[in-house]
Design a binder for this molecule. Structure first.
Ligand SMILES: NC(=O)c1ccc[n+]([C@@H]2O[C@H](COP(=O)([O-])OP(=O)(O)OC[C@H]3O[C@@H](n4cnc5c(N)ncnc54)[C@H](O)[C@@H]3O)[C@@H](O)[C@H]2O)c1
Length: 243
């Protein structure tokens, strides 16, 4: 199950997971993009289903998990990747509504997903959940304070869920994603021209990641190749946290 699969990192993950033999269930709000991606994966010999939904609505995510079980029999792995950013204005200039949206999409979204995924994985006896956090989950990077707070919360939820389910063969990890060239980043750069130079200034590798570079880390964490990794926040950020 991949959320936020209609573009960026989620779409790259859908392609990559399918190439590695996963049967993928894609979700996001945009039907057209999801349908085209599912069709592309199936045309390439993979297996893909899609369900439109909003991660802010628990019932939508329950429906996505149900679709995974109905179509493919079980849920082995989940990549909770849907997210939304706020531009980096001062907190007093950010409307309350933006705070609510950012917290709802990034934090409640992961919460909604994990609760339904955990039920399915407990029934199946195993599972791996990967939540998309950010360097902003560990540092004030210059993006909006609600986004920084939300991604910190994603890391907190990840650790707590890992601790809860660790004795029942379910691993839960997060990705501390760095600057990646996606629709979200394009919109941040449009609203804050030149902001990428601030991001690059911190990093060792002074460039944007391609979405596939993040997807490869998600694949590893979702797979048994990372069988002794849980509760972790894996940096995939060109060394931003190292210096
Ligand atoms: N691009 C970056 O530099 C960067 C850096 C750190 C973390 N991230 C995180 O990576 C994740 C993926 O973002 P991206 O960069 O690929 O951007 P993106 O805008 O291309 O993708 C975001 C995805 O989330 C979906 N989404 C947003 N709100 C949703 C909602 N309420 N319900 C369902 N789906 C929703 C969008 O439709 C889209 O599919 C996000 O969690 C983001 O916070 C991105």
């Amino acid at each position: 199950m991949i959320t936020g699969a209609s573009s960026g990192i989620g779409a790259a993950a859908a392609r990559l997971f399918a190439q590695h033999g996963a049967h993928v269930v894609l979700t996001a709000r945009r039907q057209k993009q999801l349908a085209a991606l599912a069709e592309e994966i199936e045309a390439g010999g993979g297996r893909a289903a899609y369900v439109t939904g909003d991660v802010r609505r628990s019932r939508d995510m329950e429906h996505v998990v149900g679709t995974a079980l109905d179509r493919f029999g079980r849920l082995d792995a989940a990549f909770n990747n849907a997210g939304q950013a706020t531009p980096g204005r001062d907190p007093h200039e950010i409307p309350d509504g933006d705070y609510d949206t950012v917290m709802d999409v990034n934090v409640r979204g992961v919460w909604n997903c994990m609760r339904h995924q955990a039920r399915a994985m407990l029934a199946g006896g195993r599972g791996s959940i990967v939540n998309t956090a950010s360097v902003a989950g560990l540092l004030a990077t210059g993006v909006g304070a609600p986004y920084v707070a939300a991604k910190h919360a994603v890391i907190g939820l990840t650790k707590a869920a890992a601790a809860s389910y660790g004795d029942r063969n379910i691993r839960v990890n997060a990705l501390a994603v760095g600057s990646t060239l996606t629709e979200m980043m394009e919109s941040v750069v449009e609203q804050m021209p030149g902001v990428e130079q601030t991001f690059f200034a911190r990093a060792i590798q002074k460039r944007f990641a391609a979405p596939a570079e993040i997807a490869r880390a998600a694949l590893w964490l979702c797979s048994d190749a990372s069988s002794f990794v849980t509760g972790a926040t894996l940096p995939v950020e060109g060394g931003t946290l190292a210096v």
